[in-house]
Design a protein around this ligand. Structure first.
Ligand SMILES: [Zn+2]
Length: 812
């Protein structure tokens, strides 16, 4: 990929945008000062209509081709580029985009930005590469003078001007009405520090907000759209305030901006975006109060601590190029737990890291063809595919965690402090980080970490030997430098215990600490997907966990139980047998915990109940279903948040799905993102043909299920035995529709989700038939290749284990 930064080094951008939310037109002017080195002067510019270009006040010829704006005949040296241009707001959650929602019967419009990874070029011509750091002066002129306008920096000036319309340069679509008085809100922001284009952001719209100052004097404000209750802003605002204070001390370099804003945007592609000083979030990832489940509030806290760690890892110090994206994401993914654990030790949040992130990393990283944490990228289409959450985020975080444990926390953070001090406002590669850590380590950090960061996969340790582990049981001889082997959760490897060693550890289970217990089960769970350990043998073990009170331990057990569902389709004789088997495992906990949360109970019990009730519903335990359904209230805000999803599911099931229409109507009107998610998940479990038809229709109703949530609906329908085939057929026959609906970044989600639910040869063949034609698409290539192996390994696992699982179910 041609790096434009080699030709021209920008110093400062002055950007002026006239935004009309209603016509969706934006008129822009950018003035870039910098220095030109090489022959051609080229800027990134995508979906922009270029009106005219001047260099040092002299008009210039230009060419716009393949998203590159080339300015012809320009001398080398210091220069000022002036570009007038216009564009339309995008609708796919990239670039400068429109988000809408309804409030008091009227449509509300929000304009917001998503510039990572390479979409700043859709907002203004620029060198859209992370290394091309510059300062930015942003000015916004808005046709709605009642809007709140936010940027990375505090406002320098804000005024409302009144004109008669003839005075101003109206776009022809608006019509010029000589008598009309118009108002314009004009906001100028203070100059940003030196930063990358992908971190620039602004938000325009009507919001509720909540402000506090943290201990170090930074003003923190959390914003949400008007249809969200203000009670949802307090918790995220406090977490942000405390997290910034914590990071200030831990990283040694204080948060460099005078303010921090967090905004929940109704349409949002990812979970959140770490724009410097103006972090934007999906509503479900920021908003929380007493009426959302505790586990949700903890999750929200980790999203915030993730994004705020980026204010250092990513914003203050930025990777040179996207191949080092892990410098941002692996760190942020580890820090989100590290910070949340310091703010709320009582949450025991590392448990979530072990049971979710570590397991996800081990699972994905067991497939050949999977990317390494550091991965070369050549084409812009490939940048989007880098964001593999199980690898660049989860595995990378596990590797940083491993390094931190080997070095010790004190040494690790001493090195990091030096890293931030030395590289602030600059760009780095992995080597810069290893160099900063080296003086604090007793081993060669680069040599050790390179092997883990640059190679995909991980070792399976058997006695004194290591081999790369693949989920189909194959191995190869890739080697990794090993730390001191421990049987806790520190290292990214699995330990292949012999049957006897495993049995001894299980015998001694109560004397192991939590991390040892988790490792034992996680490693065994992975091995049971290979011919090394039979799934049937795990079934002999599971009944031991009927007295298990630890939520994270039961979380891993529940993953194993869920994998058994594959062997007992609902229309087979094994279904009721598996229901009985599962009920036996949960019976004791169900009795002990009851259906309703008790006041003042331990969070462990609240979260454990969630697993137990889910399985009780699967087992169709009448007593539980009736008890839950009796707690149903037509006002969902009045149902206990901790069990609300289960209550809805029980009511839906007990009353033969008769609430489908009521629930869907409720979904349309509700703004609380957790309640919406609970409803969508409930109705996606429909089994009657009448309601299945409505679900399929929903796939094509973005006015009801927002594009940001579309993949969830698709995934729920694939998880539902009765809708799986229909959902596959819909996806394969509506690919162009999905392309239109979703952003570049999300498209491979559909391939990944589709692959993960394949359980039969027939579904596999359909998958190959469809996706094999897409193999040359750079945005999908890797996902499709990895998927084929994943699917074949799963089908082999099912074939090899069906008899032994059925045999045990028959005997149970
Ligand atoms: Zn991140």
């Amino acid at each position: 990929m041609e790096r434009l930064f080699d030709n021209f080094k920008p110093e400062n951008y002055k950007i002026e945008l006239r935004i009309n939310k209603n016509t969706e037109e934006v008129q822009g002017r950018v003035t870039i000062s910098g220095e030109k080195f090489k022959k051609a002067l080229k800027l990134h510019a995508k979906n922009l209509k270029i009106i005219n270009v001047a260099i040092n006040d002299r008009k210039k010829e230009f060419e716009l081709k393949d998203d590159i704006l080339e300015i012809i005949d320009v001398e080398n040296g210091a220069l000022v580029i002036d570009v007038n241009y216009s564009f339309k707001l995008s609708h796919n959650m990239e670039g400068v985009y429109l988000s809408t929602y309804e409030y008091e019967g009227k449509e509300e419009r929000i304009v917001s930005t998503q510039f990572e990874s390479h979409y700043a070029r859709e907002g203004f011509p620029c060198i859209d590469e992370p290394e091309a750091k510059a300062t930015f002066d942003l000015k916004i002129i808005d046709t709605d003078d009642t809007d709140i306008i936010l940027g990375n920096m505090p406002k320098k000036a804000e005024r409302v001007l009144e004109y008669t319309s003839v005075d101003i340069d109206e776009s022809p679509e608006n019509g010029v009405n000589l008598n009309k008085t118009v108002k314009r809100k004009i906001v100028e922001f203070e100059t940003t520090p030196r930063m990358s284009t992908y971190l620039l952001a602004f938000v325009v719209g009507h919001f509720n907000s909540e402000t506090i100052k943290n201990k170090h004097g930074v003003e923190i404000t959390t914003y949400a759209s008007l249809n969200q209750p203000k009670s949802m802003l307090k918790f995220p605002n406090q977490i942000a305030a405390d997290a910034l204070d914590f990071y200030d001390d831990l990283f040694g370099v204080p948060y460099p901006l005078p303010k921090l804003d967090q905004v929940a945007i109704p349409d949002f592609e990812a979970g959140a975006m770490e724009n410097w000083g103006l972090v934007t979030y999906r509503e479900a990832c920021l908003l929380a109060d007493d009426n959302t489940p505790k586990s949700h509030n903890e999750y929200v806290a980790t999203v915030i601590t993730h994004e705020l760690s980026h204010q250092w890892f990513g914003d203050l110090v930025t990777m040179k190029w996207w191949d080092n994206l892990w410098l941002n994401e692996s760190f942020a993914n580890m820090m989100q737990f590290y910070c949340a654990d310091h703010l709320h030790p009582e949450w025991k949040i590392w448990q979530d890291f072990f049971t979710e992130d570590c397991l996800a990393a081990l699972t994905r990283d067991s497939l050949p063809g999977v990317q390494s944490v550091q991965q070369e990228v050549k084409n812009p289409e490939e940048i989007a595919t880098l964001f593999d959450s199980s690898i660049v985020y989860a595995k990378g975080a596990r590797l940083m965690f491993m390094l931190m444990r080997i070095m010790g926390e004190r040494s690790f953070f001493a090195g990091l402090k030096e890293y931030f001090k030395k590289h602030q406002y600059g760009n780095t590669t992995g080597d810069d980080l290893w160099n900063a850590l080296q003086p604090h380590a007793k081993f060669d950090v680069k040599e050790f970490m390179d092997a883990w960061i640059l190679q995909p996969g991980y070792p399976m340790l058997t006695d004194d030997d290591q081999q790369r582990f693949f989920i189909n049981g194959e191995t190869d001889n890739t080697k990794w430098p090993l730390p001191k082997i421990t049987d806790d959760m520190s290292g990214h490897y699995i330990i292949n215990l012999s049957g006897q060693e495993f049995a001894e550890k299980v015998e001694n289970f109560d004397n192991l600490n939590l991390e040892q217990r988790l490792r034992l089960l996680i490693d065994r769970h992975l091995l049971s997907k290979t011919p090394i350990v039979s799934t049937g043998s795990l079934m002999d073990l599971l009944p031991k966990f009927r007295y298990e009170k630890s939520e994270p331990v039961f979380g891993i057990v529940s993953g194993i139980i869920n994998s058994l569902k594959t062997f007992a389709a609902p229309d087979t004789e094994y279904y009721p047998k598996l229901q009985r088997y599962i009920y036996y495992i949960i019976e004791e906990n169900l009795e002990r915990l009851g259906v309703k949360p008790k006041s003042g109970e331990d969070t462990n019990d609240t979260k454990l109940r969630d697993y137990i009730l889910g399985f009780a519903l699967y087992a169709e335990d009448e007593k539980t279903i009736n008890a839950l359904a009796s707690l149903y209230d037509t006002d969902y805000n009045k149902i206990n948040a901790e069990i609300r999803g289960d209550v809805l599911a029980a009511k839906f099931r007990r009353d033969g799905e008769e609430d489908f229409d009521y629930m869907l109507d409720y979904y349309k009107k509700e703004s609380n993102p957790t309640i919406k998610a609970e409803i969508l998940s409930t109705i996606s479990d429909a089994r009657t043909s009448k309601n299945i038809k409505k679900l399929v229709e929903l796939l094509e109703k973005p006015e009801i299920v927002r594009p940001q949530d579309h993949a969830y609906l698709y995934a729920y329908m694939l998880s539902n035995y009765w809708t799986r085939g229909i959902a596959y057929d819909w996806c394969y026959s509506h690919w162009d529709y999905i392309l239109e609906l979703t952003s570049d970044k999300s498209i491979d989600d559909y391939a990944r989700i589709s692959a993960s639910r394949v359980r039969t040869r027939e579904d596999a063949d359909k998958f190959y038939q469809f996706f094999d034609q897409k193999k040359n698409d750079l945005a999908l290539k890797r996902t499709i290749e990895v998927a084929r192996f994943d699917i074949e390994a799963r089908l082999t696992w099912i074939k090899n284990n069906t008899a032994s699982v059925h045999d045990r179910l028959n005997r149970f």
